[in-house]
Write a protein that binds this ligand. Structure first.
Ligand SMILES: Nc1ncnc2c1ncn2[C@@H]1O[C@H](COP(=O)(O)OP(=O)(O)OP(=O)(O)O)[C@@H](O)[C@H]1O
Ligand SMILES: Nc1nc2c(ncn2[C@@H]2O[C@H](COP(=O)(O)O)[C@@H](O)[C@H]2O)c(=O)[nH]1
Length: 406
């Protein structure tokens, strides 16, 4: 531990009440953000089996235990931490594999602020750093019977390695041809409500008398497989997703007329008369919201199916070149075993204790913070890490050399 870090800890210990020993057992990194000190503890040489996050509120001099959302990283033998963008902590795990080394603990991002409001308590959220960029998920919205499912099926059939469907949860009963885990995760209302309270859902809404929702896992399963995620959700869900930190392209599918919408819904033959009436009533309300500023990036009319499908493909830039770009996922790389981190001017300097890099001869790395995308829920993408050979001129004078690690 360096001298500056020692003195920082001494200052901190004066702030923190008796009963919390910063230096005992495992690894603890205290990070100050305004009136709050976030203490992240871990380390397999202590008794802990997972990371622990505690918040010390300097104004009340009280410890708070936050609700921790997202999948937690497995416990390393140690970690380094630094505050980024005043809203998240970068956590570098020691002795970890390259794809499990960089994590973020979101403490004041828009997603976390929204969850604090929803849950009415302190919230933090884990988000895994992931190599390269991922294309924005696509939200397909529109009234029941307009043809969303039909268009999505065509996309999935024509571009199976480009797109993956986000399998929603619902409390409605399965239709004759629907399979659990493929079309929906058919769920008990009480279980789904608990999972929503536990922060497992990106969005959820009551639609036509049933509960529907997109779990964080549903989106990440698709994105982690390197595919572009497609969400088939209603207007309420689209509003929630647009308010979250997930960047999406949202498309509203309009019917050529209300009469044609009714005809399609009846011809499908999957709903009772009462359900059809309810869906048609809701359709009017949904159609009114299609022009809400900022809600939908594109409006498409599904009159002739093939013409509408062509237009959808145009919006999604489905020419050969772009498909290849979506499928490009970056080369391998390694971050060395031990490290410390510091931040300056949108760049984080990672100082590793060894130079066993495989690709680089240096032990200094730069993480470009301005390249980060997304964030909680689930993943922080767009990681760019460069090895640097010469630090003498300061970071601004340094030309990144070697192949980017990520
Ligand atoms: N352009 C079109 N012209 C005529 N029929 C269509 C067209 N597009 C879809 N359909 C038909 O309309 C019916 C409803 O389509 P689909 O099930 O895809 O709607 P949806 O928007 O997914 O509905 P829901 O929101 O209820 O799931 C289906 O029988 C489908 O074959
Ligand atoms: N907000 C959400 N809406 C969803 C989700 N999954 C589906 N839907 C919407 O529900 C209606 C009805 O669907 P159906 O399969 O019962 O006909 C339709 O508009 C879907 O877009 C979800 O996860 N969240």
């Amino acid at each position: 531990m360096g001298e500056a870090q020692e003195s920082f800890l001494d200052d901190l210990e004066r702030e923190i009440p008796v009963g919390f020993d910063l230096k005992s057992g495992g690894f603890q990194t205290p990070i100050v953000l305004g009136q709050k000190i976030y203490v992240v503890s871990g380390g397999t040489n202590g008794a802990a089996v997972s990371f622990d996050v505690q918040i010390f509120d300097k104004s009340t001099r009280k410890w708070l235990t936050p609700t921790v959302l997202g999948t937690q990283p497995t416990l390393p033998t140690g970690h380094s931490a630094v505050l980024l963008n005043k809203d998240r902590l970068l956590i570098l795990k020691r002795d970890s594999t390259p794809d499990d080394c960089i994590w973020f603990l979101e403490v004041d991002t828009p997603f976390v602020r929204e969850q604090k409001k929803l849950l009415g308590c302190e919230v933090v959220a884990w988000s895994k750093g992931v190599k390269g960029d991922a294309p924005k998920p696509v939200v397909i919205c529109g009234p029941s019977g307009v043809g969303k499912g039909t268009l999505i099926s065509k996309l999935m059939k024509d571009f199976p390695s480009t797109f993956g469907f986000s399998v929603s949860h619902t409390t409605r009963s399965p239709r004759e041809n629907e399979k659990d885990g493929v079309h929906y995760h058919f769920s008990e209302r009480s279980i789904m409500e608990k999972d929503i309270r536990d922060g497992k859902f990106l969005e959820s809404a009551n639609v036509h008398g049933n509960l529907y929702g997109t779990s964080i896992e549903a989106v990440e399963t698709v994105t982690d497989s390197g595919k572009r995620c497609i969400l088939d959700i209603d207007v309420q869900g689209t509003r929630s997703v647009k308010a979250s930190s997930l960047e999406v392209v949202s498309i509203f599918i309009c019917p050529p007329s209300f009469e044609e919408l009714e005809k399609r819904l009846r011809a499908r033959g999957t709903e009772t008369e009462e359900q059809i009436q309810k869906r048609l009533r809701n359709a009017r309300a949904e159609l009114e919201q299609r022009e809400t500023p900022g809600l939908f990036d594109h409006l498409l009319v599904n009159d002739d199916l093939e013409a509408c499908y062509m237009n959808l493909k145009k919006i999604l830039n489905l020419d050969r070149q772009n498909i290849d770009k979506y499928q490009q996922f970056i080369e391998n790389g390694e971050l060395p075993v031990g490290h410390s981190v510091s931040e300056t001017a949108h760049k984080v300097l990672i100082n590793c204790q060894t130079t066993e890099l495989g690709k680089a001869s240096s032990n200094l790395f730069v993480l470009d913070v301005s390249s980060l995308k997304g964030g909680a829920p689930g993943r922080t993408r767009g990681l760019k890490v460069y090895a640097i050979e010469n630090f003498a001129d300061g970071l601004n004078g340094v030309k990144p050399v070697q192949t980017p690690i990520y």
